[in-house]
Design a protein around this ligand. Structure first.
Ligand SMILES: Nc1ncnc2c1ncn2[C@@H]1O[C@H](COP(=O)(O)OP(=O)(O)OP(=O)(O)O)[C@@H](O)[C@H]1O
Length: 235
């Protein structure tokens, strides 16, 4: 479970996240949505111990990231595409991460298979398409068989077939009882993938609930979002 409570993060005089609170429950895919600059990455960075909050807490399985004993076995995360040494093969890249985190080498082939990269195991990362890079990131996130999975913009760069594949993969992870948190600015795509949506804008929560509930009488979630956030008399 992920529990964000009263989270505030400022950069100088700019408040990127302002008193944000929500939970992501096990067995459920939670979509964390908002336009560019809404504060999603800031929230995830604090959650994953890469940044310190000014106020509030961001807990994973009841603890801040810094207090997790074997973090790679608790939370799998990939914040952006990249990070892989481009001259390494996919398998060597994952083996390096496994070693750095004290994870069994046998997991490498398991996760390659899970993300459908078994035939690209010996391909160098520099030859990967964006979609293959997304799969490799996901494989890295799953290496520690974590109970909590956090993915930033997981469908970016995927073609329709890749998006369908990602949808069924994250569904499988949630059905196994894991907590899955996906951040994205692609509202309508997330409305199809997630069971529960958390929508933020300018660092504050603007809506939370099941996709159908949030879409309400609007043609799409994106329309509902603009109706929520566009000031009366606005565009
Ligand atoms: N290190 C930083 N220093 C100063 N301002 C920052 C920093 N990181 C983020 N911000 C600002 O905080 C706000 C929230 O940014 P954040 O990256 O969290 O948004 P986001 O929802 O993830 O957007 P995107 O989808 O574009 O990544 C933005 O106004 C951004 O300019």
């Amino acid at each position: 479970m992920i529990d964000i409570r009263g989270l505030t993060k400022r950069y100088g005089r700019h408040t990127a996240v302002d008193g944000l609170g929500f939970t992501a429950e096990p067995g459920r895919v939670t979509g964390f949505l908002g336009p560019n600059g809404a504060g999603k990455s800031t929230t995830l960075r604090v959650l994953l111990g890469l940044d310190r909050p000014d106020r509030g807490r961001a807990l994973i399985e009841g603890r801040p990231y810094s207090e997790l004993r074997r973090p790679a076995s608790v939370v799998g995360a990939q914040l952006d595409v990249g990070g892989a040494h481009r001259a390494r093969t996919a398998r060597a890249h994952l083996a390096w991460i496994a070693r750095a985190n004290g994870l069994p080498r046998a997991r490498v082939d398991e996760v390659l298979e899970r993300v459908g990269l078994e035939r690209a195991a010996r391909t160098r990362v520099r030859a990967f398409s964006l979609g293959m890079g997304q799969r490799l990131n996901l494989a890295a996130a799953l290496l520690g068989d974590p109970r909590v999975v956090v993915l930033d913009e997981p469908v970016n760069g995927l073609d329709p077939e890749g998006i369908r594949w990602m949808r069924s993969l994250v569904r499988g992870l949630a059905d196994e009882g894991r907590t899955v948190l996906l951040s994205s600015h692609l509202m309508d795509e997330m409305a199809r993938i997630a069971d529960h949506l958390v929508v933020i804008d300018r660092g504050v929560l603007v809506a939370e609930g099941a996709p159908a509930e949030l879409t309400g009488g609007h043609p799409s979630l994106e329309d509902a979002f603009f109706a929520l956030t566009t000031p009366t008399g606005g565009a």
